[in-house]
Design a protein around this ligand. Structure first.
Ligand SMILES: C[S@@+](CC[C@H](N)C(=O)[O-])C[C@H]1O[C@@H](n2cnc3c(N)ncnc32)[C@H](O)[C@@H]1O
Ligand SMILES: Nc1nc2[nH]cc(C(=O)O)c2c(=O)[nH]1
Ligand code: SF4
Ligand SMILES: [Mg+2]
Length: 248
């Protein structure tokens, strides 16, 4: 909560803080982590699974919090045991996260950040893992390639950097291949899309498991057919386990 001593430049808009759970996606899949999800996004992906942290109609659920207040929640959830903190959103790059990362690092925690690559920040260099997830045609968004390159440049040699592409169809797959070719030094994760986003207003967590599995099989076939052996194909493990349930 914003208190009297909360300097406005350090206020971070928070949608939810939860965990520990396992990281369900990409390079850190299976790793225990606490999530810090920020509110607000510069994109509106057609299939976004986190609209409660994107659309301003949910902003009454967001809180402006200082580093100390966020950290109290992270420490309480982790029992004071240093672990990986996953920063997601919304687009967490909108928020001033540098001081939070420095605060956690001093206490032995590590930080992974998930962003679409539309906004570069100097503090990307302080992360342990930077997951860049540029958005394919099915999202309805346009990629700003210069901004993506700026994100990679801002991170420099600091964090481990990976590209994670959501793939729904052949056009998305072609996009992933072309985008990966622009940055051949960065490892690539391909993730089948989940086309049943949660209605944010209720708790119906059902998903079309068959549809996701069909897409996953197709994606594996596609990568093998192309002999794209540098790519890694992974489902959203948390979605397979808990469907579209929030806070897991
Ligand atoms: C909700 S986003 C938040 C972080 C950032 N805005 C981004 O998109 O990278 C976290 C991750 O979930 C992925 N994602 C969102 N909706 C999805 C869906 N319907 N199916 C599969 N992955 C999805 C995004 O592509 C991103 O990699
Ligand atoms: N378990 C779990 N893994 C995740 N990986 C990325 C997530 C996200 O929403 O950013 C997410 C999430 O919400 N839960
Ligand atoms: S960029 Fe991420 S949070 Fe924003 S709308 Fe797209 S998937 Fe959702
Ligand atoms: Mg998610």
């Amino acid at each position: 909560m914003s208190g009297p001593n909360l300097a406005s430049e350090t206020a971070i808009r928070i949608s939810e803080i939860f965990g520990p759970t396992i990281q369900g996606e990409g390079v850190l899949i299976g790793q225990p982590t606490v999530f810090v999800r920020t509110g607000g996004c510069d994109y509106r992906c057609s299939w976004c699974d986190s609209l409660h942290a994107v659309e301003t109609r949910f902003r009454h659920d967001w809180q402006a919090m200082g580093v100390e207040a966020i950290w109290a929640d992270v420490e309480q959830l982790s029992g004071g045991e240093p672990l990986m903190v996953s920063l997601s959103g919304g687009n967490p790059a909108i928020q001033p996260l540098g001081p939070l990362i420095a605060h956690g690092h001093r206490r032995g925690y590590r930080f992974a950040l998930e962003t679409q690559g539309s906004i570069a920040r100097d503090w990307f260099a302080d992360l342990d893992v930077l997951v860049l997830s540029p958005k394919p045609p099915s999202s309805g968004m346009e990629t700003d390639w210069a901004a993506l390159a700026d994100c990679l440049a801002a991170a420099g040699d600091g964090p481990q950097i990976v590209l994670k592409f959501i793939v729904f169809d052949e056009a998305d797959y072609a996009y992933a291949k072309a985008a990966a070719a622009r940055h051949p030094q960065v490892s690539v994760y391909l993730q089948p899309g989940n086309h049943t986003p949660p209605p944010p207003e209720d708790d119906d967590a059902r998903i079309d498991m068959e549809g996701i599995m069909t897409r996953m099989h197709w994606l594996v076939d596609r990568v093998v057919e192309d002999r794209w052996f540098a790519a890694r194909v992974l489902p959203q493990l948390h979605v397979l386990l808990w469907g579209n349930k929030r806070g897991v």
